[in-house]
Design a protein around this ligand. Structure first.
Ligand code: FMN
Length: 193
């Protein structure tokens, strides 16, 4: 039997898809009896018990090939604590839902993030994000429609289009749960599956 686990999910989201994934990650963990708190990265300082958690799950999205400055600053600032805490990391991008080559690109974004920070969490995964046309400014909508057309994905800007593979998210959660329970990760997550 495992004692009550505390898990923090921190997310850095521009248009809401990483937030949606973070919220979804919490559900199976709560069902397992864990105490889970889902918090936007910008509010992390309000969390008193962040570094005593059994696992911290950290997620961010890719814009123009990079994770955000605040996410990078967070890892830089707390790298020592992150090294002492079981951490699952997920990276959300459109490339993660594309062809083999696209997924390699998405892995590359994440790997570069780790390399630049000289930090490597125990569990790592990439997830396909969404085209949230309804949340974009008209300039962004125009640009994303153009990119979508090139990629052969949805160009109907009247609605949002979600590409996240929720089963892949569930597998990631299982690995993070393994970390929280002090076992080795259930499995290293393969990119994009
Ligand atoms: C302005 C902009 C730039 C983006 N740049 C990239 C990119 O370089 N590579 C990629 O794979 N996805 C890119 N995306 C797609 C996002 O990663 C995707 O929409 C993701 O779901 C965003 O998550 P968020 O809503 O949590 O921020 C971009 C999206 C926007 C709006």
């Amino acid at each position: 039997m495992t004692s009550m686990k505390t898990i923090h999910v921190l997310f850095d989201s521009q248009h809401g898809q990483t937030m949606r994934i973070a919220q979804r990650i919490a559900q199976p963990l709560i069902a397992k009896g864990a105490t889970v708190r889902v918090t936007p990265l910008q509010d992390y300082e309000q969390l008193r018990d962040l570094w005593s958690a059994d696992c911290v799950i950290l997620g961010g999205s890719i814009h123009d090939g990079y994770h955000s400055g605040p996410l990078m600053a967070f890892v830089e600032r707390h790298r020592r604590k992150l090294e002492d805490t079981p951490v699952g990391f997920f990276s959300v991008s459109l490339s993660a839902g594309g062809t083999e080559g696209d997924r390699e690109e998405a892995m590359g974004y994440m790997e570069r993030f780790f390399e630049e920070l000289d930090w490597r969490p125990a569990v790592r995964s990439i997830f396909a994000g969404a085209l949230r046309y309804r949340q974009y400014s008209w300039v962004t909508r125009f640009m994303m429609k153009w990119i979508a057309k090139k990629r052969g994905i949805a160009t109907d800007t009247k609605k949002n289009h979600e590409y996240t593979d929720w089963q892949a998210v569930e597998r990631f959660v299982e690995s993070c749960w393994g970390l929280a329970c002090d076992a080795s990760p259930v499995a290293e997550i393969e990119p994009g599956i």
